[in-house]
Design a protein around this ligand. Structure first.
Ligand code: PXL
Length: 278
């Protein structure tokens, strides 16, 4: 029998608010895959709360990662998310260069901003570094803000057409990632578009728009995509699974009037993720 698959999760650990490792680990574990957190920061709540405790882990990451280098650990995949500094991106680049081989892959969620605005922690220097990280990615999950930022383009004043999205993905794809999903595009009043680009092919996934955007949605989507890819499904199947799972969780949050910054109540449907997998 083959050993279980294993993914490194380079991301922050946030106690309350359902984002990053605290979302990704249980979701991927439910899909019968081992998760290995590599913390970038420890927070009591995420940064969309009016108050939070933030313990930057940058200075400790090198020693933390050295153990895995010394043990010659192997990962079947690596996923990166929220990164707090330029130095941290450099550490992640080194991690990817060390552990990448011809069989495994890297998923980069370039968490940088939303709604045309970059997060306060994003300096121009960091944006430049993020572009380097994109080059080591096989899979990329930007939202529209992140997509245009990575391409030095202005945030569009209209819903981009599929031709425009394809051109942007093609340009980015030439730098590394062969598979890109542009998540959460506000398509119209009622629908959200997830644009899937995979080795030159494009597909659109439209889902119902339910209430305001919810923090942590991107983490749920990235986790289901990563888990599903590791179970051997195609990129498109994985994005389909991820967007329908996120929609179900959002519907539950709306019904229960869960505050927007509390994240997605994925626990309600976690069991379903393991059900389909042998
Ligand atoms: O879900 C993205 C995310 C992850 N981690 C932290 C965040 C955010 C978004 O605001 O603040 C700490």
């Amino acid at each position: 029998m083959e050993r279980q698959k294993r993914i490194a999760l380079i991301n922050d650990i946030t106690g309350f608010g359902r984002c990053s490792v605290t979302v990704m680990a249980p979701i991927i574990n439910a899909m019968k895959i081992q998760t290995v957190p590599v913390p970038t920061a420890i927070l009591s709540t995420h940064t969309q709360f009016p108050i939070y405790y933030f313990d930057d882990y940058t200075s400790k990451m090198k020693d933390y990662i050295q153990t895995y280098k010394d043990l010659k650990l192997e990962f079947d995949a690596m996923a990166t998310g929220f990164l707090g500094s330029k130095e941290q991106v450099e550490i992640v680049l080194d991690f990817a260069h060390t552990f990448k081989n011809e069989k495994n892959w890297v998923l980069v969620d370039p968490v940088m901003g939303d709604h045309g605005k970059l997060y306060a922690t994003y300096t121009p220097e960091m944006c430049e570094k993020m572009k380097e990280l994109v080059c080591v990615a096989d899979y990329l999950t930007p939202n529209l803000t992140e997509l245009v930022t990575l391409l030095n383009l202005p945030y569009p004043d209209h819903v981009p057409t599929s031709k425009e999205l394809k051109e942007m993905c093609e340009t980015l794809s030439k730098k590394g990632p062969k598979h890109i999903v542009v998540t959460g595009i506000a398509y119209d009043e009622h629908q959200i578009l997830n644009y899937v680009y995979s080795e030159g092919e494009e597909k659109m996934i439209l889902v119902d728009r339910m209430g305001e955007d919810r923090c942590g949605t991107g983490d749920v989507i990235a986790a289901v995509i990563a888990g599903s890819l590791m179970r051997g499904h195609s990129f498109y199947e994985s994005v389909m699974k991820a967007t329908s799972f996120a929609s179900k969780c959002i519907e539950y949050c709306e019904k229960t009037q869960t505050p927007h910054h509390y994240g997605l109540c994925f626990e309600e449907y976690l069991w379903e993720l393991g059900r389909d997998e042998k």
